[in-house]
Every structure is written in structure tokens, then in C-alpha cells.
Design a protein around this ligand. Structure first.
Ligand code: G6P
Length: 604
């Protein structure tokens, strides 16, 4: 949600700012802007994607060596040039990620500033400027202003009057300071820094830094100096490139055999009946005591939690498992029984609602474990322990490979919990064997089934509405499949428990509507077939995805051929990812950056 970059050093600032914004564009893409300083400030802002800004920069090249930039996902005020960042007040320019909650109140008092935008961010710029006189240093004006602010922010500020520094601060929105050779680079996400430096300082909440070309001075909002810890960035260049694919989404679907193997590496060894996570920070005795697990997430991470919950329930029978939507749970007066553990699931590790839930649960004294992809992210830093899923950077806004890795990681957690509670190796082996086989099974599936899924996508691309239905472990897969389709193709799609079909959604069946029925060849097969027949009988259009070889009456049947049983739903999910992708491609939507969405939702 919004990307921030900043530069001060010996090279051309525009070059880094632009390349950084391109890398961060997946975080927000309704407008973008930069300002660089040298003599006269050069402020360039454009509505739309970074490509628009890039054209503008091409005809306004500067050789300035300091500047800041921003790519926006609108919260206050529509996408427009005036609402794009950087915002100016007097001599200062500011880029901001987050929300200033008391901006209306602050604005009323800033009568001397002529507001050009509807944003809360411009209010912050004006507030800083109100403290910025000839005797004040930029960092002190920023500090004074931030003391009056309620809300969340990651900011970078420059001043025409003090062109030798960039001031940054953080409260709730991520910010990194890359330490380079005679240059200091600022980014809201490590991907912008790749190729420039592999060392960075991760700012914590309540910290402010004064960056020059060769120094970073860290302090808190009481202006007390803090020591900065320089950390290694562990993302490589390959991982953030398309590598020949048309879209990041397709690349990320196709690389799942490898990214999942990375999740399992060292954690699952079938020949040793071994499944263990290293970073839980819990002893076997502590695991034995666990009686309640609550899994929390948003979007795809939530659905990964819903699928994993079925597995956890089956693996441990003296533990109650519940799954909760982060944005709801955080405001509920929930009671966590003693011996509860929360699993917070997040690809980005920055989602505001998930983070707020984590803090709320910690406040109430329960242990919180993270299931996180982005290394060094805020959630990862605040949990008591947990697991990095190691799926690598996910650039496409719609999440795919993270889902697969999250479910796998939570299943390993379930295995570890079960083992600590005395489950026999025999009982657990089925899951361990299937986990180990899963990367190969996904690889074989992708090689074999892709053309057929593309064909199915072309067949169903013109419908307006879709209903995804599945039973048992295929119910969360139906939810995730429908989410993928709506996110990237804009077809209205809902996921439903198959048994609920007759309790409402069947009323929707007509010619503009199609149904995706997920049917596993197991003890629920016959019941699932009746779900298909109910729709057939009313003239509905059905795409069936199944591993059964039985004849099934439907408009099209995609058959999976796999030795998996308990983890087979993960293959169904891969088929639905591909299906959504090809529908989106055939409808000509912006697959990697769908309208109105953002990758990392750092506002409530
Ligand atoms: C946004 C993204 C989704 C993602 C969700 C949770 O809505 O568009 O793809 O699933 O946030 O994100 P997280 O980073 O917490 O997994």
C-alpha cells in the first residue's frame, strides 16, 4: 500500500527513484511522483502508473543527487495529480504511507497553508512546515510535528533549504534505509534496494533517521539517539524479475514446485519421519500444553488458514482450532482460553489488520506465532516465534505461491504439535509423505494440465458470475479460487460450501452464470455429485475439477491425476490459480496489478 523511495548520494537521484518506484509499483499504482533537489526543486507527479511518470521524467531529466518518490494507493482523495505525492509545504516536500487519523482537526489549525490536495499527507507536510523556521533543523520540525499526529506513517521528507539530508520516520508503515557506497537509499520494501546495496537498517516504530550520503543518525521522537543495526537483505535480483513469463502471476504459479520445496527444506524428511519447524521458540512440553489454536489472516492468507485448520484438526484431537478474519477479530471481545496459541498468517508481514490482531492477542497474554513470507517484516519482528515460509518475493498483487507455502508450513506445525502430544509416527507419516511428494506433484500437474485449463478459461471467459463450490477441504479451496477469479478477471465470483447451494445460491442459476464444482474422489464423492446434478437440472453451466475417473455430466471436466489424497486440495487450488489467470488474460485485464487493489494493505 503506497511505495516510498528516497536517495541521497553521489549518483543521479532520479535513476534510483524511478527504478525503485517501478519495483514498488505493486504496492499501489494510481499515481506517482518524485522531487529532486539542486538549486530549484524538480517536482514531477502524474496520475496513473509509474510508466506515466517515467515519460515525464524522460523530458525533465536532472542530475540532482537527492530526492524522494512515491507510488500511491488512494485512501484520502481520488487518484489525481494534485493528490499524488510528494506534497509540498513551504520549502519542504513529503512522501507518506499510512493514515493520519486526526488530519481534519490538525488541518483546521493550519490556516496559513493553502491546501492543494484532499490528502491527509499534505496536512502532515503543512504541520511540519509550521514548525520549520530559519532556526529549526528539518529533523526537529519533523519530530515536533510527529508528536501531534495520531495514526500510522512511514515518511520521507526533504527540504529545499537543507539539501544535504533526507529525514525519515516510521510508525506502523515499513521503512528501510539502504546503506550503500557513498549513498543512502530509502525504500518501503527491500525489493527497491536490490542491486544497489545488500545492507539495510530496518526502522522500528517511533524511530526517526537523518540520512546523509555517508551517515544515518537514528533517534526516537524524544530526540534521544539510538544505535542502528545494519542487517543483510536476503532477496536476490532473479526473484524480482519476470524471467521470461508474460506476467509475475504466471511466473509465481509456475515456480511453486521450487518455492514449496524451499518451504519444506530441512523441515520435512520422509525417510526419517521428520517434520519440524525450527523457529517456534516452544519446547515440546509447551506444545503438549496447547489446547486452542486460533489462526488469523486476511484474503488469501485467511483461506490458507481455513484449509490448514482441517489438517490441524485431524492431526491433533485435544486442540480446538478456529480461524478468524483479522479485521473482525481485532475488535471482538474474544476470550482466549489458557494454553492458546495464535498463528498469524501473512505473506507481506505488513497487513495492518493482522498486525493489530497480533498486538491485541499479545496484550491479552497469549503466545503468537507468525507464518510469514517477507523476511524482516513488521509482523515477523513482533511475533514470539514462528516460521518464514521462504516462498520468495511475491510481486503479483493476487497471492498464489504464498498460499501453497503457508498451508504447507501450518501443516508442519500441526505435525509437530501432534508429535509432541504423543501421536505415533505411523499416524503422521501419511502427511509427511504427501508433503514431501507435493512439489513433484505440482510440477507434474503444471506440465500436464496447463493447456487444458487455458481451454477451460476460454470457454468460461464471457460469463458475468461464478459460483465455486466444494465440500470439506475443498471448501476453502473454493473460497480461494473465487477470490482469485474476482481479483484478476473482475468476474463476480463467490465460494460456497457445496451443501449450502440449495440454501440460497441455487436461485442464481441462469445462462450468464457458471459454476466451478470441486470434487474429490473420497467418502464425499456421491454427495458432491448431487451438488452438480442440482445445477444441471436447472440448466446451469458447470466446470468440474476432479480426480475421479467416473463419468460426470458437466459442460467441461478437468481431471487431475495424482497419488495425493489428504493434500490433493492443494493441486485443485493450483488448477484454480491457472484458471483465473487465463480468464484474466483472455479478458485483457491488468493481471499483475488489478484495479483498486494493492499488494500490502497497511491501512485499516
Ligand atoms: C491484500 C492482497 C491479497 C492478500 C491480502 C493479505 O488484500 O491483495 O492478495 O492475500 O492482502 O495479505 P498478507 O500480506 O497479509 O498475506
Amino acid at each position: 500500500m503506497c511505495g516510498i523511495v528516497g536517495y541521497i548520494g553521489s549518483k543521479n537521484a532520479q535513476d534510483y527513484l524511478l527504478s525503485g518506484l517501478k519495483r514498488l509499483e505493486y504496492r499501489g499504482y494510481d499515481s506517482a511522483g518524485i522531487v529532486t533537489l539542486n538549486g530549484r526543486p524538480s517536482l514531477l507527479r502524474a496520475k496513473g502508473k509509474v510508466a506515466k511518470l517515467s515519460e515525464m521524467i524522460a523530458s525533465h531529466k536532472t542530475s540532482d543527487k537527492v530526492g524522494i518518490g512515491h507510488t500511491r494507493w488512494a485512501t484520502h482523495g481520488e487518484p489525481s495529480e494534485a493528490n499524488a505525492h510528494p506534497h509540498r509545504a513551504g520549502d519542504i516536500y513529503l512522501v507518506h504511507n499510512g493514515i493520519i487519523e486526526n488530519y481534519k482537526q490538525l488541518k483546521q489549525e493550519l490556516t496559513e497553508h493553502q491546501f492543494d490536495s484532499q490528502t491527509d499527507s499534505e496536512v502532515l507536510a503543512a504541520l511540519i512546515n509550521s514548525f520549520y523556521n530559519n532556526k529549526t533543523k528539518l529533523e526537529d520540525a519533523v519530530t515536533q510535528a510527529l508528536q501531534l499526529v495520531d495514526g500510522t506513517y512511514g515518511i520521507a521528507v526533504v527540504s529545499d533549504r537543507e539539501q544535504d539530508k533526507v529525514v525519515v520516520a516510521r510508525q506502523g508503515s515499513p521503512l528501510l534505509i539502504g546503506v550503500g557506497d557513498d549513498e543512502t537509499l530509502i525504500a518501503s520494501d527491500a525489493s527497491a534496494l536490490i542491486g544497489h546495496t545488500s545492507e539495510a537498517i530496518y526502522l522500528n516504530d517511533g524511530e526517526l533517521a537523518v540520512c546523509t550520503a555517508d551517515s544515518v543518525e537514528l533517534r526516537d521522537l524524544a530526540s534521544q539517539p539510538l544505535s542502528a543495526k545494519v542487517e543483510k537483505i536476503e532477496v536476490d535480483m532473479q526473484a524480482i524479475q519476470k524471467q521470461g513469463y508474460d506476467h509475475f502471476l504466471l511466473k509465481e504459479i509456475m515456480e511453486q514446485p521450487q518455492t514449496l520445496a524451499n518451504t519444506l527444506k530441512g523441515r520435512v524428511k520422509a525417510d526419517q519421519h521428520h517434520a519440524q519447524l525450527g523457529g517456534l521458540n516452544m519446547t515440546d512440553d509447551e506444545l503438549r500444553e496447547v489446547r486452542h489454536v486460533v489462526i488469523i489472516g486476511c484474503g488469501t492468507a485467511l483461506y490458507a488458514g481455513q484449509l490448514a485448520a482441517y489438517y490441524l484438526e485431524r492431526l491433533v484431537d485435544d486442540v480446538t482450532i478456529e480461524v478468524q478474519i483479522a479485521s473482525e477479530y481485532r475488535y471482538r471481545s474474544f476470550n482466549l482460553p489458557e494454553n492458546s496459541v495464535a498463528l498469524v498468517v501473512s505473506q507481506s508481514g505488513e497487513t495492518a489488520d493482522t498486525l493489530a490482531c497480533l498486538r491485541e492477542i499479545k496484550n491479552r497474554g497469549a503466545r503468537v506465532l507468525g507464518v510469514i513470507n517477507a523476511v524482516g517484516s513488521t509482523i515477523a519482528r513482533e511475533v514470539d516465534g514462528g516460521v518464514y515460509v521462504h516462498a520468495g518475493p511475491e510481486i503479483s498483487v493476487a497471492s498464489t505461491k504464498a498460499f501453497t507455502s503457508q498451508v504447507a508450513a501450518m501443516t508442519i506445525f500441526g505435525l509437530q504439535l501432534a508429535r509432541a502430544k504423543g501421536a505415533s509416527l505411523m499416524e503422521l507419516d501419511k502427511y509427511i509423505d504427501e508433503l514431501e511428494a507435493l512439489p513433484g506433484e505440482i510440477k507434474a500437474l503444471l506440465e500436464k494440465i496447463t493447456p487444458e485449463v487455458e481451454q477451460a478459461a476460454n470457454k468460461f471467459t464471457d460469463y458475468n458470475d461464478a459460483l465455486y463450490i466444494g465440500r470439506d477441504t475443498l471448501f476453502p479451496v473454493a473460497l480461494e479460487g473465487a477470490l482469485k477469479l474476482k481479483e484478476i478477471s473482475y468476474i463476480h465470483a463467490e465460494g460456497y460450501a457445496m451443501g449450502e447451494l440449495k440454501h440460497g445460491p441455487i436461485a442464481l442459476v441462469d445462462d450468464s452464470f457458471f459454476e466451478v464444482a470441486l470434487i474429490q474422489d473420497n467418502w464425499l464423492f456421491d454427495k458432491s455429485i448431487s451438488g452438480v446434478q442440482e445445477v444441471n437440472a436447472r440448466g446451469g453451466h458447470i466446470l468440474v475439477v476432479t480426480n475421479s475417473t467416473e463419468p460426470i455430466e458437466a459442460e467441461m471436466v478437468i481431471r487431475l491425476d495424482s497419488k495425493l489424497d489428504v493434500l490433493l486440495p492443494m493441486l485443485f487450488n493450483v488448477v484454480l490459480q491457472l484458471f483465473a489467470y487465463y480468464v484474466a488474460v483472455s479478458r485483457g485485464t491488468d493481471v499483475d496489478q488489478p484495479r483498486n487493489l494493492a499488494k500490502s494493505v497497511t491501512v485499516e
